[in-house]
Design a protein around this ligand. Structure first.
Ligand SMILES: N[C@@H](CCC(=O)N[C@@H](CS)C(=O)NCC(=O)O)C(=O)O
Length: 202
């Protein structure tokens, strides 16, 4: 399998964390890709020109991160990260969607700040930050129920919080979300989290 990869993408991190949790990381060849530059090879694989994009061993292109993660989870016989049908599945999928939404809002804010100063919208950035804050409040209420295990929802939450630490360090989400911070202190020690943490200058 080949994975279009960017070291600071939280969605790519989620895929790599799933690959590690499922023991598949050795089967994935990493193709470093700068999706913001408009890579023509990436565009051939994914018309949306986004990372992550996975090429399976059978030559099929898969995107986005949710599809890739579920595909990887289908390839192993161990404990599943996507729970089977039932309440646990819907909770995990909803948490994945919520944490993906934090990443989406955070990324939109980052992209907005990359625009020339006169073209940036402070209202737009504030609106995205409002979504992040509301999502964090919901996660704070749920954090005591997260337990000690792992599933796709919790992995995505770990990656979303890591992205806030990377890009919004000054906003210090931890001070208002102590239960979430305590959970991440422990969850963040998983090998799939430490090994995929963004490193170096971004
Ligand atoms: N929903 C997608 C989001 C992927 C995404 O937005 N990736 C960013 C990098 S972090 C990207 O490739 N952006 C390039 C662009 O928007 O043109 C997923 O879950 O994979």
């Amino acid at each position: 399998m080949k994975l279009r990869y960017s070291p600071f993408s939280p969605y790519v991190r989620k895929v790599m964390a799933v690959a590690m949790e499922t023991g598949l990381e050795g089967k994935i060849q990493i193709i470093p890709t700068d999706s913001r530059k408009g890579d023509p090879e990436l565009a051939k694989e994914n018309p949306l020109s986004k990372v992550p994009t996975l090429t399976t061993d059978g030559g099929e292109m898969l995107y986005d991160s949710r599809v890739i993660c579920e595909y990887l989870d289908s390839l192993h016989d161990g404990a599943k990260l996507f729970p089977p049908a039932g309440g646990a599945r819907w909770t995990a999928l909803r948490r994945q969607a919520l944490a993906d939404g934090i990443m989406d809002a955070a990324l939109l804010g980052v992209y907005e700040n990359l625009r020339p100063e006169g073209e940036r919208s402070a209202d737009w950035i504030a609106r995205q930050k409002g979504k992040i804050a509301a999502a964090l409040d919901v996660l704070e209420e749920e954090a005591d129920d997260f337990g000690n295990g792992v599933d796709i929802g919790l992995l995505t939450i770990g990656c979303a919080l890591g992205y806030l630490d990377l890009r919004y360090a000054d906003d210090s989400w931890r001070s208002d979300h102590p239960a979430l911070a305590d959970w991440l202190d422990v969850f963040g020690e998983r090998k799939s989290m430490t090994a995929t943490a963004p490193k170096g200058p971004s």
